[in-house]
Ligand binder design. Structure first.
Ligand code: BGC
Length: 907
């Protein structure tokens, strides 16, 4: 097959000139990039016995402009040393030449099982269409500690600082690894330096079921002779205050568990672990808690606490604690890290001595304080999302999370403080106790989050929508902190399942959340009740189970991750739990209707939150329950089919049909009215495929009528809101979808934007000009759920979607709706960057589309008729990579190969 090149430049003229090249065959060099193992780059501490590898094929100028670029075959080499790999020796695994264009989910298949600590160096050679080939740079992964017997460490607790002096032999160290975890949170230092940049390790899990650990390469931190391993622990989720009034949920006192393994160049080694030989002394951290904040007295700092040479005579031995054995499993996701810094945009003094700093962005993390004040000066730092009318910080909505950090100065000149084991959700910071007028430098916002790689970019001709998109991304950033949480500021911050499922598809467009969900879905299964009910929050801390739309996250999230990343292993792993949930619903229904009570008075529906926070529209809760029962059953049937479980696929497809019939009989009237007659019930019925063709049209009509009757306003809460725009678009009601989306009066997405929001609010009316703040009992200004419209912005406005699992086949189908004149959008899929930019100029539409290597797309070009459509300035039959398929609903439809294209049409 021939390879052709087509460079598309923004300027139309350039495109025309280059179009003439399109028919010339050019062998084009490509690169193999983005080598990852289990979704992570060169990870340490992999526990999966057969890790999966992935890569991408990119044009050598990193713009996938080559048309029809495909990998025809690949060969993976995995070696136990860099030298062997360099010599093309895959002593661990040589896949041989595999004829395939797959570049992800490639399972390691070496003959010998991988052992604890095994270092694996790998590279991939690919053969490409047109006879070219490309080889990757080397990459690596390292296996963690796979056997319980690998662990020699003991759990230790102390009064604050923890340390151990160790002596290393006077010979070169070839490699040193620190394996560390905690019940609580830890920070490790070696020889006066912090190890790594992980915050809040070892991640939040149900600590009774499993504990994650991290592995660090500390070779460069060690020296001959005396070395010091030192640590601090904090309460975190384990023994601190967590959501909804829970305190010390898993334990009372945090403990550290660390193991340093040193291998000398001569092959001998040492293993130094936390045990009774460790010493402890009071630290300057007087108290630290996620909800309360941190109190720090810098006068208590011990210089050199983490370095050799300290007089340890006043230090006491740590307490060694017996803990029941639990699985220690490696970190499988990106850790929480510092993401960025935010500078102060305004400083005010609303009351004498009370300074407020505005960071201009509602964020999650903490502040770095820079002061110079006499010893003993106590500074109090309060955090808030909003100001009250007096200009002081508004903290009522934080409930029982005071979020106050205090710092006592040591008086040695300029001092810098940032807390160790707490985080806050805030835009405004109040500092009292300053002895001098502050400068913008006094406070800096430190943004933290699970360090997930961004994947999406979106902008359009309406600045309000761009702010909305920024708010959606900030909402995700602030709430994807070890687990997907509801909010980061008040005393809640839990892994609410309903929120997670309505937002998951949007999340996948914004960022590469594959590893994040790989970790959290294990927490979801860990939380599942013995009878099969998924819980309301994961990790489970109180709350209910079996709640419609919340518990269904246990099905919807794994299915979505499979759809987006093609992750069959994850689907297979969670499939049994998904099935148990469906069977639980079946057993908790009467005639397949998810009623509230059984005949014997048993509660059947968990904690029913309904269409949570909807506006004056009551959707019957049994209807929501039944609709979700049907939807999850349908997804389980599809999952079974994908996994080759044909019997299950047939069984659950039949069950879906039966629930659908029961739904129609019970809730859908002869004229198509659905009980409740709310936007939510029509949106759900349409999205979940619960209606006949005839009833579908009627439902769409009723939905449009309701929106119109409300002057183009929505009435849905968390549940209905995510489906509104997609079903309107699907039903061809684009005009209504755009009117609704561009609405900025209450209730609407743009209402909060109009009032200065920089994150998504929990409620449509968190603050209104007439009423001020909503009930402080539940009024977060950083809750991502209502931002679930992000999915539609990518999949419909820009029109980027997957066609089947894993973005192997794509759909590009932009919707140039009324009120928007251009959209620029890209999405970094697992196969590479997809671009869909469009611009409307009078009646003419220009679409710039990029389809990454190894994928193909169906491109829908809005057009009056196919004859008027050009590609790179030529009639569409003339350029390579594009094949006309048909006209469909005012779209010219094309089968398109990988590459970059410019379509133009008359609308
Ligand atoms: C949380 C939500 C959650 C809900 C359940 C709230 O307190 O903040 O986001 O989904 O409870 O209804």
């Amino acid at each position: 097959m021939k390879i052709y090149i087509m460079k598309i430049k923004i300027a139309h003229l350039a495109a025309l000139l280059l179009a003439s090249l399109a028919t010339l065959p050019v062998a084009h060099a490509a690169e193999v990039t983005h080598l990852r193992c289990e979704y992570l780059t060169n990870p340490l501490g992999i526990d999966a016995p057969q890790p999966r590898l992935s890569w991408q094929i990119e044009d050598n100028d990193h713009k996938p402009t080559t048309r029809g670029l495909q990998q025809t075959a690949y060969q993976v080499l995995v070696a136990s040393s860099q030298e062997l790999l360099q010599n093309n020796k895959g002593d661990l695994w040589d896949s041989g030449r595999v004829e395939s264009n797959n570049t992800s989910q490639i399972e390691y298949k070496g003959a010998q099982p991988l052992k604890s600590r095994q270092q694996c160096f790998w590279k991939v050679k690919t053969w490409l269409t047109g006879g070219a080939s490309a080889a990757s740079q080397p990459a690596s992964w390292e296996m963690g500690l796979l056997q319980p017997a690998d662990w020699k460490a003991k759990w230790v607790e102390g009064a604050g600082y923890l340390r151990k002096t160790l002596k290393l032999a006077a010979k070169p160290v070839a490699r040193a690894r620190l394996y560390v975890t905690a019940l609580g949170l830890y920070q490790m230092n070696i020889n006066g330096q912090r190890v790594g940049d992980v915050l809040f390790g070892p991640e939040w899990t149900d600590y009774n079921k499993r504990i994650r650990y991290q592995e660090y390469d500390v070779t460069a931190m060690l020296r001959k002779g005396d070395n010091v391993m030192a640590g601090l622990v904090g309460h975190g989720w384990y023994s601190g205050t967590i959501g909804n009034g829970h305190n010390r949920f898993w334990g009372k006192v945090p403990a550290l568990f660390a193991q340093l393994e040193v291998t000398y160049a001569d092959g001998t080694g040492e293993c130094v672990v936390t045990d009774a030989s460790w010493k402890t002394a009071a630290s300057p951290i007087l108290a630290s808690d996620f909800m309360l904040g941190e109190n720090y007295d810098a006068r208590l700092e011990v210089k050199g606490w983490d370095a050799p040479g300290l007089d340890e005579s006043a230090w006491t031995p740590v307490n060694v604690r017996e803990e029941k054995p639990r699985p220690l499993e490696s970190q499988v996701t990106e850790p929480v890290r510092k993401i960025s810094e935010i500078k102060v945009v305004a400083i005010k003094e609303p009351k004498p001595g009370c300074w407020t700093f505005d960071l201009g962005q509602n964020m999650v993390g903490y502040v770095r304080l820079k002061v110079a004040a006499p010893a003993g000066t106590k500074l109090t730092i309060r955090h808030a999302e909003m100001l009250d009318p007096e200009g002081t910080v508004y903290t009522q909505n934080l409930r029982q999370a005071p979020s106050v950090d205090t710092y006592i100065c040591k008086g040695t000149g300029v001092e810098i403080f940032q807390p160790h084991f707490t985080f806050h959700g805030f835009r405004y910071v109040e500092v009292t106790g300053l002895t001098e007028k502050p400068t913008p430098d006094t406070i800096t916002g430190i943004v933290i989050a699970s360090a997930i790689t961004p994947a999406g970019e979106f902008s359009c001709s309406d600045a309000r929508i761009n702010q909305l998109y920024s708010n959606i991304v900030w909402g995700q950033r602030g709430n994807y902190l070890s687990v997907p949480t509801d909010c980061p500021q008040r005393d809640e911050r839990l892994g609410w399942m309903g929120d997670a499922q309505v937002f998951v598809r949007t999340a996948t467009y914004n960022a590469d959340v594959a590893a994040f969900f790989t970790k959290w879905l294990v927490d979801v299964d860990d939380a599942q009740m013995a009878d099969g009910a998924f819980t309301d929050v994961c990790p489970r801390v109180g709350a209910g189970a079996g709640t419609p739309a919340w518990a269904d996250a246990g099905v919807i999230c794994p299915w979505t991750i499979y759809q987006v990343y093609g992750d069959m292993r994850l689907l297979a792993q969670h499939y049994p739990a998904m099935v148990r949930w469906i069977e639980w619903c079946r057993g908790h229904s009467i005639n397949l209707i998810r009623v509230d009570m059984s005949e014997t008075g048993k509660k059947l529906r968990g904690r029913d939150y309904g269409d949570w926070l909807s506006i004056g529209a009551d959707t019957p809760k049994d209807l929501i329950g039944t609709a979700y029962f049907a939807y999850s059953t349908k997804l389980v049937a599809q999952a079974a089919a994908a996994l080759g479980k044909t019997d299950d696929a047939a069984k659950y497809q039949q069950l879906f049909q039966d629930i659908k019939a029961a739904f129609n009989q019970k809730y859908v009237a002869a004229d198509g009215r659905i009980q409740g007659n709310t936007q939510c019930c029509y949106a759900m019925a349409l999205k979940f495929g619960l209606l006949s063709d005839e009833m579908r049209d009627k439902a769409a009509q009723y939905l449009v009528e309701d929106i119109t009757a409300k002057n183009d306003h929505l009435s849905t809460g968390f549940v209905g809101v995510s489906y509104l725009l997609p079903v309107l678009t699907q039903a061809g009601r684009t005009e209504t979808a755009f009117k609704l989306f561009l609405q900025d009066s209450f209730p609407s997405w743009l209402f909060s934007v109009k009032h200065g929001a920089t994150t998504i609010w929990e409620r449509w009316d968190g603050w209104t000009p007439d009423k001020g703040f909503q009930n402080p009992g539940m009024n977060s200004f950083n809750h991502y759920s209502l931002g679930s419209c992000g999915e539609w912005m990518f999949s419909s406005m820009a029109g980027i979607d997957t066609d089947g699992p894993g973005f192997k086949k794509l759909i590009i189908r932009p919707t140039p709706g009324e009120g928007i004149t251009w959209v620029k959008c890209s999405y970094d899929s697992i196969n590479g960057r997809i671009v869909s930019n469009w611009q409307r100029d009078g009646g003419k539409l220009t679409m710039d589309v990029t389809v990454p290597a190894n994928t193909t797309a169906t491109v829908y070009v809005p057009a009056k008729d196919a004859n008027g459509v050009t590609e790179s300035g030529q009639p569409t039959g003339k350029t390579v990579g594009v094949k006309f398929l048909c006209m469909e609903n005012h779209h010219a439809v094309y089968a398109v190969d990988s590459g970059s294209y410019r379509f133009q049409s008359a609308l």
